[in-house]
Write a protein that binds this ligand. Structure first.
Ligand code: ADP
Length: 559
């Protein structure tokens, strides 16, 4: 039987306008275990009325079976699947998924104790799928007049939203913490990187300071030494010069100078030599350390300059920068000139009496031979040999003086260099009886050179070969043509020269460490090198200490 109009009397406990009151009223209870509504115990009705009237989510569970009655405020907790079936049915039937957890709590309350939980987690299946929910609830017993427990009164609030917010907050603060940690770490790394950067910066600062210092010292040194500086671009041939360099070439500080003009200012007898050495330095990375006289453009003054340069390839590999310093060595040159004049004068003065001595000795030799004074022949021959040595020495000094004062001119002619060697081979056979001297070249090699000067070089080299090798050993001479040059070699079986000394031998007054007590002045090879250089040739030695030496020189072929 429906209870629609029964809002009075026995049904007055459900006469409210709430949805749940209406549901209870509408339900046919006669077939239910609780029986018809009017037969319900007064206590139950009054409890239901209390629950329905509460704006707070409440329910009661009546009897041992725990028949559930709830209010409108509680209804959302049941979701879309548990309501309305749950109303008036045992609560355990509506919450099978959590009954293992909450059943024992109800049992405790039925035994007379209250239960209270905060944020209790329950996984409910109320909207078609399991859902984690949180609740604050308190269960308390409904006590009958006789003190017996009739059911359970429940206040329940779903705290899921707040709990989730808390969980999120916790997660968030954990990740914030983690981010913070990471930030702290990166901060520490940043601090470290910063410290390293500062150290690098400090180092850089120091390096820059050092660079500035060395730059300043270099500038001061350049200024103190009165050096001029230049750069030549290998492709454009731009000639960048400092004011001092322009001054050394007799120009005003701000006047422009190009490389070709600088070369025309070099005195004629040095011009070719400097120009060839310069081109060779720029394009073949050759050595550049030259001393030459320059006529000042505006002041017409003669200055001796020494220039030292070095080629530096650009990292692109496309061009090079040939850079260097130039200094005024006129005073040194003047001193040298004075010294040379003195050497020249003394040598010249010595030459005259020596020539007479030579002539008298030859006359004496003839007279001794005529008179048959054999015992005097040997000593006179010795004296003649010593005088010849002395003459050669004086001749060398005279040559040196002439070279230094640039008074030596080359008298070039076309001649057969191999022929000259053959001639000299015969002369050596007469003059140098201590060694076997052989010339191996038989083909003629025509060259364009100063015959006397080249003969002087060969004389020097063969003389040295005899001087620095044991008596009785062989000296081999050769003369060959190679591409556009003639090459002459003089090979001995003597004491040889250490590798590090080989270049120095050609310096003026240089005497090797190897020669012990062998007398000399260290000018023979210097003069030879000067002569060969003036011919645009090359001179060098191949040797090993203790294993003999081969001296080579080249001169250009006749065209
Ligand atoms: P000098 O012979 O008067 O010392 P040079 O200029 O002719 O002067 O030679 C320079 C140096 O070169 C010599 O002192 C010697 O040490 C070395 N030298 C020259 N020729 C030879 C040679 N054929 N073998 C070994 N050393 C040599």
């Amino acid at each position: 039987m429906r209870n629609e109009n029964l809002t009075q009397g026995a049904f007055s406990f459900v006469n409210g306008s709430s949805e749940m009151a209406s549901l209870i009223r509408m339900k046919n209870w006669s077939g239910s275990p609780l029986g018809a509504l009017e037969s319900w115990p007064e206590m139950l009705k009054s409890m239901i009325a209390t629950v329905l009237a509460s704006p707070f989510p409440m329910h009661i569970c009546w009897g041992k079976q725990l028949f559930l009655f709830y209010n409108d405020a509680y209804r959302p907790i049941l979701g879309s699947t548990k309501h309305p079936v749950a109303m008036g049915n045992p609560i355990g039937d509506s919450f099978p998924e959590v009954w293992e957890q909450v059943g024992p709590l109800y049992q405790t309350v039925l035994e007379g104790q209250s239960v209270r939980h905060s944020d209790r987690e329950l996984i409910l299946n109320r909207n078609g799928s399991p859902e984690t929910c949180y609740f604050d609830f308190s269960y308390s017993p409904i006590i009958g007049r006789g003190g017996q427990v009739l059911g359970v009164m429940t206040y329940v609030v779903e705290t899921s939203v707040r709990k989730f917010a808390e969980i999120e907050k916790l997660k968030l603060s954990k990740s914030v913490y983690a981010i913070n940690e990471e930030l702290t770490t990166s901060n520490e790394e940043l601090v470290q990187a910063n410290e390293e950067l500062m150290a690098v910066q400090e180092h850089l600062k120091q390096t820059i300071n050092q660079l500035e210092e060395s730059d300043t010292s270099l500038r001061l040194a350049v200024e103190a030494a009165d050096f001029g500086i230049w750069h030549i671009h290998s492709l454009s041939r731009d000639f960048i010069t400092t004011p001092r360099l322009r001054e050394l070439f007799g120009l005003g500080h701000f006047e422009k100078i190009i490389i070709e003009q600088a070369i025309t200012q070099i005195r004629e007898d040095f011009r070719d030599y400097v120009s060839t050495t310069l081109e060779n330095a720029i394009y073949n990375n050759g050595e550049y350390d030259v001393t030459y006289p320059v006529i000042g453009l505006n002041d017409n003054k003669l200055r001796w300059l020494r220039a030292i340069g070095r080629l530096r390839a650009d990292p692109s590999g496309e061009f090079s920068d040939f850079t260097g310093v130039v200094m005024d060595v006129s005073d040194i040159k003047k001193d040298e000139e004075r010294k040379n004049d003195f050497i020249g004068m003394v040598s010249h003065e010595l030459k005259t009496p020596l020539t007479s001595i030579s002539a008298y000795l030859q006359f004496l030799e003839m007279q001794i031979s005529k008179a048959g004074a054999d015992n005097l022949q040997r000593p006179v021959a010795r004296v003649i040999m010593q005088v010849r040595k002395m003459s050669k020495m004086i001749e060398g000094f005279l040559d040196l003086a002439r070279f230094e004062s640039a008074k030596i001119q080359l008298n070039r002619e076309i001649f057969d260099l191999a022929g000259l060697c053959t001639e000299l081979e015969l002369e050596f056979a007469d003059q140098i009886g201590t060694h076997i001297i052989k010339f191996s070249g038989k083909e003629s090699v025509m060259v364009f050179a100063d015959r006397d000067k080249i003969a002087q070089v060969i004389n020097n080299l063969v003389g040295n070969a005899a001087k620095y090798s044991p008596n009785g050993s062989t000296i081999l001479m050769s003369c060959v043509r190679k591409k556009n040059i003639a090459m002459v070699s003089i090979q001995d079986q003597g004491i040889g020269v250490e590798g590090n000394e080989q270049v120095k031998l050609f310096e003026r007054y240089y005497r090797g460490e190897n020669n012990g007590t062998i007398a000399g002045f260290g000018i023979g090879l210097y003069l030879s090198a000067e002569i060969i250089n003036r011919h645009n040739g090359k001179i060098w030695v191949e040797s090993e200490a203790g294993n003999g030496s081969t001296f080579w020189f080249t001169v250009p072929l006749a065209n």
